[in-house]
Write a protein that binds this ligand. Structure first.
Ligand code: FES
Length: 105
């Protein structure tokens, strides 16, 4: 897949505010998040240990890992507190009508 290839991943009516959807793209496990109407695509797995962030919860513009409680900024992927000290991947999102697209850079 070329770097500029966008892939449709969901429809806006699939996700209410604060909801997430796990999906795979090119073998990568990803998470689509609706945070207050802003959509984000991030790595599904926490950077601290191999644990799914889909089991966590959305708090405003952050996602909380439910295993050890680290928060990550959904826009930048940066960890906001310990124990996680590495960022998670974040990916661009665009909306066309009700279709949500992402691409892997
Ligand atoms: S596995 Fe996510 S904070 Fe430890």
């Amino acid at each position: 897949m070329a770097n500029d290839d966008w892939t449709p991943i969901a429809d806006t009516n699939e996700l209410g505010v604060g909801q997430m959807k796990a999906f795979a793209l090119n073998g990568r496990r990803l998470l689509l998040v609706n945070a207050d109407g802003d959509y984000h695509v991030i790595d599904e797995m926490c950077s601290h240990e191999d644990y799914s962030l889909a089991l966590g919860c959305i708090k405003g513009s952050r996602i909380k890992c439910s295993l050890h409680g680290s928060y990550f900024d959904l826009a930048t992927g940066q960890p906001l507190d310990e124990p996680a000290d590495e960022p998670i991947g974040t990916y661009p999102v665009k909306l066309e009508g009700s279709r949500i697209w992402t691409r892997l850079d």
